[in-house]
Every structure is written in C-alpha cells, then in structure tokens.
Ligand binder design. Structure first.
Ligand SMILES: Nc1ncnc2c1ncn2[C@@H]1O[C@H](COP(=O)(O)OP(=O)(O)OP(=O)(O)O)[C@@H](O)[C@H]1O
Ligand SMILES: [Mg+2]
Length: 289
C-alpha cells in the first residue's frame, strides 16, 4: 500500500500539506469514474504531428455517429488550440455552470461539447498555461461537466505524446481506444509511430490509423494529385501491426464546410463518402456485447 504523504516532503518539494492535494485528487478521480461510467464508449483522437486533421476526424466521427442516432459528446482536449466550438458551429455560445457542475454546450443536432474555448473572452486570447494546469482543466471537464448518459465521448487531443496527452489518456477510466491520424508523408508517419508507441506503453488499445489528406482531387481536371505522397499511413499501419481504418482525401468542400462550422459528413463530397466508411470500420472494431 502507498505510504500516506505527510506534507513538507522532499519528493515533491511542496511546503504545504500535500496530503490535502492527494485527497482532492482521489475525490476527483472518484467523480471522474462516476461521470464516465454513464458513457458507453470513450475514444481519443491523436496524432504525432500537428495539422494533420485530428479535430476534423473528431468532429466528423461525432457528426456521423449523431446522424446514425447515437448520443455523442465531444471533449476538446486541445487547451492551447481549441477548435471544436468553431468546427461544430457553436463558438458563440457560453456554457452555464452552477453548484451541480458545468453544463455542456449542445449543437442544434444534439452533440454535447466542452472546450476551454467557451471560457475565453475572445478568439484571439491565448491560453498560456503550463502542462499541469492544462491537464487540470481536462480532468475538470471529465469530472465536473454534466455529460449525462452518452453512447460515445470523443476526445480531441493536441499533437504529440507529451505530458498533456498522457495525463488525458490516463485520466479516462476504461478508455476504449485511440484513433491515430496521419497524413501520408514520411515526417507525419514517423510521428504517428510515436503515437502508436505511446498508446502501447500506456496499454491503451489502438483502434487504428486513419490516413487523412491522402490524395487531392483537383476540382479543375478531376485528376488525383498525391501532394503528400501515397500510402504512407497504410504502410505504417502494416509495419506497426495496427489496423488501417482508411484514407480520406483532401477535399476543398470539406475545408470550406469546416471553416463554416459544418462537418463535411453532412455534405455530399468525396471526403464525406470515405469518412463514413472509416466510421463504420471504427464501429466494427470497438463493438461491445
Ligand atoms: N480531408 C480534408 N480535406 C480538406 N481539408 C481538411 C481535411 N482534413 C483537414 N482539413 C483542414 O485542414 C486544417 C487542419 O485540420 P485540423 O484542424 O483538423 O488538424 P489538427 O490535426 O486538429 O490540427 P492541430 O494539430 O493544430 O490541432 C483545417 O482547416 C481542416 O478544415
Ligand atoms: Mg486540432
């Protein structure tokens, strides 16, 4: 059994009584367990490299599952670059809070969301918190947000596999797995390998790798141009013995829709078609009795 912390110890350098902090953490862990026990599936979306489409994959997974009739929530785990409110078109809304906790913000379609972005005075204000404070905010979103009963909670994460990502993944009890996003080029694939290795170290199941921006359909000549190379995600998945979930092309319609707060899967375009196949594969991979 772990020794009770007496405070004033050398190990954490704290001059205050850290047994109180420990008690508060334990209390919050219990709250997180209780809150998360009402959610059937919890899936995090990760990537080693920035800008490869994690937030896009998260909101479109959410929108597709919502259209299928599932109850869905999205936790924006990107404290320093919160994009979920804008991508789901709810960035003008302020969440309510009272003694029962923080209330999630719902999209008109009923997707529940929470993001640090809702608490900023304006879109240009940066969050300049260090890792522990940012991780603390995510833990609070897990413990204090009134998510209610959900089929899915999707967690968007910032790029990389450092302090914040690890604390987030470890804070979610019974997490069902991670979806790793990469673009096909070598540097992104190299970084995706690190995400695979981080998930393996934490013993979190990897649902699979999605290759995003795999090929661009030119709107002028209809030719497919492989801007970032071809097949990198699939090759990496094979090498790492991880399931390959599919390839989403770069699609101008998808980007324009996303900027307007509309998930691409609600539109008729090539990326939307491919994305829906990826969602079906994710569902097959995680199905519980
Ligand atoms: N398949 C796609 N087709 C067209 N545009 C896309 C596609 N995927 C993502 N984008 C666009 O690329 C940009 C970056 O995507 P996104 O914000 O999802 O990446 P990210 O990995 O979450 O970035 P960050 O690491 O900064 O959090 C966005 O403008 C998004 O709309
Ligand atoms: Mg993002």
């Amino acid at each position: 059994m772990a020794e009770e912390c007496s405070g004033n110890c050398d190990s954490c350098g704290s001059s205050s009584d850290c047994s109180d902090t420990k008690k508060m953490m334990e209390q919050q862990n219990a709250q997180i367990r209780d809150n998360m026990s009402k959610i059937k599936y919890k899936i995090a979306v990760m990537s080693g490299k920035g800008g490869v489409g994690k937030s896009t994959v998260t909101v479109n997974l959410a929108a597709t599952l919502n259209m299928m009739g599932y109850k869905v929530g999205v936790l924006d785990g990107d404290i320093h670059g919160p994009n979920i409110p804008q991508m789901l078109g709810v960035d003008q809304i302020q969440p309510m809070a009272d003694e029962n906790g923080i209330y999630s913000v719902s999209t008109p379609q009923g997707i529940k969301t929470m993001s640090i972005g809702y608490f900023l005075p304006d879109k240009n204000t940066p969050i300049i918190w260090r890792g522990p404070k940012a991780s603390g905010a995510i833990r609070q979103f897990l413990s204090d947000v009134n998510w209610g009963e959900l089929d899915f909670l999707l967690i968007d994460t910032p790029p990389g596999s450092g302090d914040i990502q690890i604390t987030t993944l470890q804070a979610i009890p019974d997490i069902d797995g991670v979806v790793i996003v990469t673009t096909p080029e070598e540097v992104s694939v190299l970084d995706a390998r690190k995400s695979v290795s981080a998930a393996n170290t934490l013993e979190i199941p990897i649902i699979g790798i999605v290759e995003n921006m795999g090929g661009f359909v030119c709107p002028e000549c209809d030719k497919v141009i492989d801007i970032f190379g071809k097949g990198g995600g699939e090759k990496a998945a094979k090498e790492l013995n991880v399931f390959f979930l599919g390839r989403i092309p770069l699609d101008i319609k998808a980007r324009v829709a996303s900027d307007r707060g509309v998930p691409m899967v609600t539109m008729d375009c090539k990326a939307s078609e491919e994305f829906k196949k990826v969602v079906n594969t994710v569902l097959e991979r995680i199905k519980k009795e």
